[in-house]
Design a protein around this ligand. Structure first.
Ligand code: NAD
Ligand code: MG
Length: 394
């Protein structure tokens, strides 16, 4: 039986992974090795009781007693804290879902690759933070990374059987998020509730806000560069409000291959779970006559400074991705807490990139994990300082 672990099992991607595993036969079809969650111990315990992993781990150390109580008598081992999550990734598995949100997903992903597991990667932050390190680790251990982000799964599928050298351009589609039709002058006053009203995709809170600010697309542009190894100038972003084309690859003969489907993460999670085969998935089938038309437009650079910052990160490389991601996470925390305006998030990231510019290291070497983690830490400090300066009402 295939051995599977799910990191971030209680999140949006994690729950959908659990659902597909359940539909495919659950513990009759797969042997579950490790399940991890953050603070929602009750839900982690429920999923564990159903899927019977060897071990269940919560990120929050204060949840350990509760997790133990809920799983007593089941024979499932329990643990808590970031170190325990990393150790859970050392347990031999064939397929590991990386669906923790944020830079916290990096270390478990690296550890899963080191034991040779196939890494289904939803955690784009690990590619942005340490793309070259992650891909080198995969190569070193002859382990595979399968993209789960819908755009990257689409690109991966469009590239099946193709020579990457024949690729001219990669076109990432973007819904534009909840605020895409707001007038520019109102954006600065957008609230968390406004930014959470995503028109097409139901996702975790953080990525939904990142969609409205286009920081999500900025991360995905960098993710594309790191995963597929194309040049930054080959990567384009187009607004596609219907979110039915999940991304496209243009080849040197002018042909464009597009991946279409309902805006449903079970497409890309299911593709990664069943790869290299395709299995029946519980996703809506598109009725093209009903849909009628698809629309596209260029993103307005004034609305989405995050896209320009992503270009700077790709030009600079080194540790700039680690700084960019960490600063973005801090800016988002401050926005969620109501301390920072919506457009000020990009300002915090820009301030941080310039504050750490002397510490970004050489451009074309693979950075060590220690260097990446040190930059992650430094950028969080600098971003906190910038956020305090830019705080609302000061
Ligand atoms: P989510 O917030 O719904 O879930 C995140 C999971 O990570 C939860 O299990 C949470 O408990 C856990 N977690 C949070 N902080 C943690 C920490 N510090 N240490 C360990 N675990 C922690 O997030 P999501 O929307 O499922 O997104 C997960 C990842 O997938 C992100 O990297 C996101 O960018 C990516 N992604 C998500 C979607 C989507 O549709 N939700 C689409 C594409 C990519
Ligand atoms: Mg995406």
């Amino acid at each position: 039986m295939r051995r599977i672990s799910i990191f971030g099992a209680t999140g949006s991607v994690g729950e959908q992974t659990v659902e597909l595993i359940r539909r495919a036969g659950g513990t009759n079809a797969y042997q579950i090795v490790a399940l991890t969650g953050g603070r929602n111990v009750a839900r982690l315990a429920e999923i564990a009781a159903e899927l019977r992993p060897e071990i269940a781990v919560c990120a929050d150390p204060s949840g350990l007693g509760d997790l133990r109580d809920r799983l007593t008598g089941t024979g499932i081992a329990v643990a808590a804290g970031p170190q325990a999550i990393a150790e859970a990734a050392d347990r031999p598995a064939d397929w590991v879902m990386s669906a923790i949100v944020g830079a916290a997903g990096l270390v478990p992903g690296l550890r899963a690759l080191a034991q040779g597991a196939t890494l289904a990667l939803a955690n784009k932050e690990s590619l942005v933070t340490a793309g070259r390190l992650l891909m080198a680790e995969a190569q070193r251990h002859n382990a595979r990374v399968l993209p789960v982000d819908s755009e990257h799964s689409a690109i991966f599928q469009a590239l099946a059987g193709e020579d990457i050298a024949a690729v001219e351009r990669i076109i990432l589609t973007a819904s534009g998020g909840a605020l895409r039709d707001w007038p520019l002058e109102r954006l600065a006053g957008a609230t968390v509730k406004d930014a959470l009203a995503h028109p097409n995709w139901a996702m975790g809170q953080r990525i939904t806000i990142d969609s409205a600010s286009m920081f999500n697309k900025a991360l995905e542009v960098i993710e594309t560069r790191e995963f597929f190894g194309v040049r930054p100038d080959q990567i384009e972003v187009i607004l596609h409000p219907e979110s039915l084309i999940h991304s496209m690859v243009g080849f040197r003969d002018g042909a464009i291959m597009a991946h279409m489907g309902a805006p449903d993460m079970r497409h890309s999670i299911g593709y990664a779970l069943n790869w290299p085969e395709r299995a029946e998935l519980p996703v809506a089938r598109l009725d093209l006559a009903q849909i009628g038309s698809l629309t596209f437009r260029a993103p307005d650079p004034n609305r989405f400074p995050a896209l320009r910052l992503a270009r700077e990160v790709m030009a600079r490389r080194g540790l700039s991705g680690a700084a960019f991601n960490a600063a973005k996470e801090v800016a988002l925390d401050h926005f969620l807490a109501g301390r920072l305006g919506f457009m000020a998030m990009a300002g915090v990231v820009e301030d941080t990139l310039s504050a750490v510019s002397a510490d970004l290291g050489p451009e074309n070497v693979i950075m060590s994990l220690a260097d990446v983690l040190a930059m992650d830490h430094l950028a969080r400090v600098r971003a906190g300082e910038s956020a305090a300066r830019r705080a609302k009402g000061t």
